[in-house]
Every structure is written in structure tokens, then in C-alpha cells.
Design a protein around this ligand. Structure first.
Ligand SMILES: [Zn+2]
Length: 375
């Protein structure tokens, strides 16, 4: 089996472009990973997700362990076969979602016990169990099990949580074992405290991972504070390994993160907002529920090549959103994922030609112009 590797091919400022090679396919970086929470990217067929340009999906350990269950997915041939997606899959560790979704959580040094938000059944997640679940799912990129406090939190709480996560990172590494062709990523914590981020990065480097995530951001601190942390955090991590910013974000968050040296990102935003009548375009966010679109014969974005923009008017999209038709979520999710992947391919090309700053100026200029004027 071929190995997991990362090759950087160009830089523009601190932005980087390259390729992650994994047995199931190449991942062009900077990469945006659509979120397939429950073994589906909601409202999309897997081949449609691929058609938008996605090289990799994210799956959620917490959701899949509860329903349909990791052992069942394994018996059914693994997550790739189960959901009909042959390319790489990254799974999170379950830690973040236990903290945000589960009931009656109890956190100890050993791990977390909790009750399912679906049926109240009792479960335990530890670093060892998280590694086992992600192996059963067949994940290509496995995330270390960690714990992350919501911000704002006091410094003592952030420090204690980070140190627990570093113990769990080491236990995750031990439990992951030797799995050629699969990767384990460690997760840096430390909130907005620079010295804690440094301590966390040092602990992770000492353990050694195939890639490194920046966790504990996009949890309520705001863009300015997040960029403040990203001004130094990526460079605390090994230069020659992928850097993954978890749970980010809006298009301008993504551009700002890539500018600061981030290689991978994921977010539910393009899919979730596609199901609530929201579209992301060059001009920013467009709310298709708005009455201004009711008689608008123009496409959502005349320059977009997605099915929603090629085949339908704003008036039609407005109608199906208002009527609660399923095709509304299907078309707007496709458009949003297409827009996000175009954003990524635009940045990859700009970095390869060392004109990222110019590309970024164009991105912000188009957004400042906003949506087209009403008819
Ligand atoms: Zn479109």
C-alpha cells in the first residue's frame, strides 16, 4: 500500500500549496473538506460532491458511533463503501461533538462518558476507543482525541484542558499503532494564549504526527482574535506536514487562514446555509428568501458554472426556498460547495504563481461591491 505523504510545491507570502498523497487519492492543498456528518453530505450525491472539486470529505465520529454504529459500518465494508465515496475521508475524534451535543457528560482523565442526544443510551469515548472507532470506519486521516473548552474560558481552564489533550494525544498515538497509508493528526490547543499554544505545539512535535490541526478556534472568539492566533500558530507546527484549521469557516475566514499558512479546513457552513436559503457568491451572502428575487430572471451568479446557476433563475430559487421544496436545498448546497471549491482552486493557482496578495485584493474588492442591484 502506498504511503501517506505531503509535498509542498509553492509559497506566496505565508500561503502554501501542495498535495497530500494517500492511497485513496490525492488531496490538493489548500483544501476545503465538505462535512458528511452522518455518512452523507446532506442533499448531495457523492458524485455531485466530487463534481464540485472536493478531494476529501469529513465524517463525524460522534454521530457515526451512535447511529448506525462503528462496528456495523465495519461489517458493512467500511465508511467508503457504505456511503459510496471512494476518495479520502477524514474523521474527527468525537471529542468536540460530545462536548457540544451529548447529555450528562462526565469528563475524567480516562475519557468522557455521556448519553446519546438521540436515544439517551450511555457511551464512553476515550483516546483508545476513538482510535478504534475511526479504524472501524476506515478513515484515511484520523484525528487524535482531544478536549476543547468553549471560549471565553479562563486561562487555568484552558491550560488544564490543553494538558489533558496532550496526554490524550500521546495515548491516541500509541493506540493508533502502525497503519501504513493512514495518517494520525495531532491537535494543538491553548485557546488564545500564545505560551500555551507553544507548549502544546512542542508536546505534539515530541510525539510526532503525520499532520497537525489547530483546534480550539472558531468557537466564539471572533475573526480578529482568530487571525491574531493564526498570525503565529501555524508556524509553531512542522513546516513539512499539513496544517488543518478545524471548523472554519466563512469564505473570508478561509482566505485569511490560507494567507497565514493553513492547508486544510472544514465547515458545515456551505451545506447548512444551502438548506436555509442562503447562498455564498463572489459578492458575499445572498438570502434567496428575500422578496427582491421573486421576479428576477437572472441566475444567482452569471459567472458560476454550477447546475443552480446554469439552469435556474433567482425567481425559481426564491420560489422553491419559500415553498420548502427539497430541490432548494439540493441546488443551493451544490452552488455553495461549488463556490467554496472555486475559492480553493483560485487560491491554489494564485499561490502557485506567487500572486496571492493580488488574488486576495480581488476577492475583497468583489465582496465590497456586494450582490447585483435588484432588477
Ligand atoms: Zn452557482
Amino acid at each position: 500500500m502506498s504511503r501517506f505523504s505531503f509535498t509542498l510545491s509553492a509559497r506566496s507570502g505565508r500561503a502554501r500549496t501542495g498535495v497530500i498523497s494517500a492511497p485513496r487519492g490525492e488531496i490538493r492543498t489548500p483544501a476545503f473538506m465538505p462535512v458528511g456528518t452522518a455518512a452523507t453530505v446532506k442533499a448531495m450525491l457523492p458524485e455531485s460532491v466530487r463534481a464540485t472539486g472536493a478531494d476529501i470529505l469529513l465524517g463525524n465520529t460522534y454521530h457515526l458511533m451512535l447511529r448506525p454504529g462503528a462496528e456495523r459500518v465495519a461489517r458493512l465494508g467500511g465508511l467508503h463503501r457504505f456511503m459510496n465515496w471512494e476518495r479520502p475521508i477524514l474523521t474527527d475524534s468525537g471529542g468536540f461533538q460530545v462536548m457540544s451535543l451529548a447529555d450528562l457528560r462526565k469528563l475524567t482523565e480516562r475519557g468522557v462518558t455521556f448519553r446519546s442526544h438521540i436515544d439517551g443510551s450511555k457511551h464512553e469515548l476515550t483516546p483508545e476507543r476513538s482510535m478504534e472507532i475511526q479504524r472501524l470506519l476506515g478513515s484515511d486521516i484520523v484525528m487524535a482525541f482531544d478536549e476543547c473548552p468553549a471560549l471565553p474560558a479562563d486561562r487555568d481552564r484552558i491550560a488544564e484542558s490543553m494538558r489533558l489533550s496532550m496526554c490524550w494525544a500521546e495515548r491516541s498515538r500509541d493506540a493508533f499503532g502502525d497503519r501504513p497509508g493512514h495518517a494520525l493528526f495531532g491537535i494543538m490547543q491553548g485557546g488564545l494564549e500564545r505560551d500555551l499554544r507553544e507548549e502544546s505545539a512542542e508536546a505534539l512535535r515530541a510525539i510526532g504526527f503525520e499532520g497537525y490541526a489547530i483546534g480550539g478556534l472558531a468557537v466564539g472568539e471572533g475573526q480578529e482574535a482568530m487571525f491574531g492566533c493564526l498570525d503565529y500558530a501555524p508556524e509553531l507546527l512542522p513546516e513539512d506536514r499539513p496544517r488543518y484549521l478545524m471548523g472554519v469557516g466563512k469564505p473570508d475566514d478561509i482566505v485569511g487562514a490560507v494567507k497565514r499558512g493553513v492547508d486544510m479546513m472544514d465547515c458545515v457552513l456551505p451545506t447548512r446555509s444551502g438548506r436555509t436559503g442562503q447562498a455564498w457568491t463572489r459578492g458575499g451572502q445572498v438570502n434567496l428568501k428575500n422578496a427582491r428575487h421573486a421576479d428576477d430572471t437572472r441566475p444567482l451568479d452569471a459567472q458560476c458554472g454550477c447546475p443552480a446557476c446554469r439552469g435556474y433563475s433567482r425567481a425559481y430559487l426564491h420560489h422553491v426556498v419559500r415553498a420548502g421544496e427539497m430541490i432548494a436545498g439540493m441546488l443551493l448546497t451544490w452552488h455553495n460547495l461549488h463556490y467554496y471549491q472555486k475559492l480553493m482552486s483560485g487560491m491554489r493557482a494564485a499561490i502557485a504563481e506567487d500572486r496571492f496578495a493580488e488574488w486576495e485584493a480581488g476577492f475583497h474588492a468583489a465582496r465590497a461591491e456586494g450582490d447585483i442591484e435588484p432588477l
